[in-house]
Design a protein around this ligand. Sequence first.
Ligand SMILES: Nc1ncnc2c1ncn2[C@@H]1O[C@H](COP(=O)(O)OP(=O)(O)OP(=O)(O)O)[C@@H](O)[C@H]1O
Length: 297
Amino acid sequence: MSILAIQDLHKTYGARPAVQGVNMKIGSGQIYGFLGPNGAGKTTTIRMLLGLIRPSRGNIQLFEQHLNRRALTKVGAIVEAPSAYGHLTGKENLQVVARLRGMSERRIPELLDYVGLKDAQNRVVRGYSLGMKGRLSIAAALMGSPEFLVLDEPTNGLDPNGIREVRELIQSLPQRGITVMVSSHILSEVEQMATHVGIIHQGMMRYEGALKDLQNRSKPTLRIRVSDPEVAFSKLQMSYPQAQLSEKTIELPADPEKAPGIIRELVQQNFDVYSITPHQATLEDLFMNITSKERAQ
Ligand SMILES: Nc1ncnc2c1ncn2[C@@H]1O[C@H](COP(=O)(O)OP(=O)(O)OP(=O)(O)O)[C@@H](O)[C@H]1O
């Protein structure tokens, strides 16, 4: 089932385009990492799909229906930085949320248990760690039993422990039948939990698909350091036209198993081989490639 489908979404603030023709598809059971550098248009897109701001143009379907109030009752979200009343306990904070939203308090004990705050429920939130506060805000977002949870930068400002706690919690959500969309400007945070990713850059979607497919795009290379690299490079280019030379290091698109043959060939031609190292572009490299233009500006 399609949880979210967006076509040709635009948002312009004055003359300034913030989102320019975004398409997006999120299927049931996915953890969808919505990635892009600061200012790329993530929050604007999220606010539109939650009905908080009106698109300038485009189409949003939630649960296979045009965006409407009823469909939105099945969506939970954390959009602004998670906030809670520091002088109230964790449990009291959830009670406030339930009352404000006109919801039953019945699920509070179960939710506190689920996010691992059962033992801390009667402690004031001021004394919570950042990870505990993050988990509490997820419990608040889960109060209405959503089928789709949208989290805008949920790990922003958390320490590594807090990030891990929130990540583990997010990873467990699909087992409860909850599809998740989680935005971040830090790829490595999403990489460990997402099944699918969408990369937005200057208001446009630059990549969307399974995380695995993106990972498969990164090809293995061999990095070679030899005496006389310019000459060795021109020789290797005959067999490897895509070879590159930078800072005296030759880089060839080749599997690690090719290394012994290449070493043999170079030695036979009287080059000294200082090192040959297999390298696989990381997802970070790909992400950087996609978003580097923006940072250069
Ligand atoms: N209310 C607004 N009025 C004018 N411009 C805005 C408004 N909200 C966002 N923008 C601009 O729209 C662009 C996209 O911002 P947005 O907040 O959606 O990006 P983002 O990817 O969520 O980044 P961040 O991680 O920094 O929040 C930015 O250039 C931003 O300055």
